[in-house]
Design a binder for this molecule. Structure first.
Ligand SMILES: [Zn+2]
Length: 350
């Protein structure tokens, strides 16, 4: 499958067959992109800067712990080359990034062929590219143009040329750069949107929208309990065991042991219950009827069913490691029709 989207007058193709992000200038002689994948703007909206300012009533995070790996591998002299890191048991994207003094985004951007932008696809034994600086990593294709590649990643072409590790001539001809196809280039300060892997927004009036997400989708329109206007912590453990909230990880990974109880964070109606094909494993989504939904993923078991009314604090399933997961934890998301996907820590405390 090839997904395409147009930015700045050019067409960029993301081909899962090659496993690499590729940039195609419009009107180039390359293959025409097969189809325009419909993308829901709401799903694609990864930018939280437009959110209205939110002031939570309480911000007592004293109970929140997060294990920090203080072992860093930042060399004395600036590193120019891309190095390889072998993923160990217990690694997270955040942990690996910390270790090398990089942003977590850089770890994902440097390894689209392995991780497909999904922090949950991390597996022990994977070999990851660790870029020398924050930015993106691009594998050159025949016919690529420097300006187009640079524009796609939001940088000046000169920044790519000037990066010593790329070993490009300062006198390079922009129109005919003679970069061999397959050459991997570091794009310092490069950025791009993440390829969306998030679940669609599911409400009690449209539960069938999730049918593409897997067999746990629900089919009818439901009515039932409405949320309290506040949320309770959804499980027994109170600290993170993996990824924190970010633009590429729209939830928090809460620690837990296999089978620990998962609680409904507020009252509502179950609008997804069962397997999810996109890495969430066994998953439940509750629509709270007040514009809010909560999502619970990687469950060991789902104890509720489609259309069921649930009350705040009731057990809806068990903590597990199903789907793309490296160990038992609860992946918890909150979504609002006003704020979009939010950092749960802004709305609920352990
Ligand atoms: Zn997660």
């Amino acid at each position: 499958m090839v997904a395409a989207f147009a930015v700045l007058g050019s067409v960029f193709a993301i081909g899962s067959q090659t496993g690499w992000i590729s940039v195609r200038a419009e009107g180039s002689t390359h293959d025409v992109v097969e189809e325009q994948q419909a993308t829901d703007p709401e799903e694609q909206n990864l930018n939280t800067t437009l959110l209205p300012a939110f002031q939570p009533e309480t911000r007592d995070f004293s109970g929140v712990q997060r294990s920090i790996d203080i072992h860093t591998e930042i060399p004395d002299r600036p590193r120019m080359d891309v190095i390889t890191y072998s993923v160990s048991v217990g690694d997270t994207i955040f942990g690996i990034a910390d270790r090398f003094g990089l942003k977590p985004e850089t770890v994902l951007w440097g390894n689209y062929d392995v991780l497909q932008d999904d922090p949950h696809s991390l597996r022990p034994g994977q070999e990851l590219n660790i870029l020398p600086v924050d930015g993106t990593y691009y594998v050159w294709s025949e016919g690529d143009r420097l300006e187009v590649v640079a524009a796609f990643f939001g940088v000046d072409p000169q920044e790519i040329i000037d990066w010593p590790g790329n070993e490009l001539s300062p006198d390079i001809d922009f129109d005919n750069p003679e970069i061999a196809a397959g050459t991997a280039l570091v794009v310092p300060d490069g950025r791009r949107e993440f390829v969306s892997w998030q679940a669609p927004r599911i409400t009690r009036s449209n539960p069938a929208v999730a049918r593409i997400a897997g067999p746990g989708a629900c089919g009818s329109i439901y009515d039932g309990p409405v949320g309290e206007g506040f949320f309770v912590w959804p499980t027994t453990a109170t600290f993170l065991s993996g990824n924190n909230y970010s633009s590429f990880h729209p939830g928090i990974d809460i620690a837990g042991s296999m089978g620990n109880a998962i609680f409904a964070s507020a009252s509502g109606v179950v609008v997804y219950a069962g397997w999810n094909d996109y890495g969430y494993g066994y998953m439940a989504v509750i629509d709270h009827g007040d514009g809010w939904q909560t999502l619970y993923a990687h469950m060991s078991q789902v104890n509720v069913s489609c259309g069921q009314g649930v009350f705040q604090g009731s057990v809806i399933g068990g903590v597990g490691s199903s789907g793309n997961s490296t160990g038992a934890h609860l992946h918890f998301e909150m979504q609002s029709d006003v704020y979009g996907k939010v950092n749960p820590y802004d709305f609920v405390s352990p």
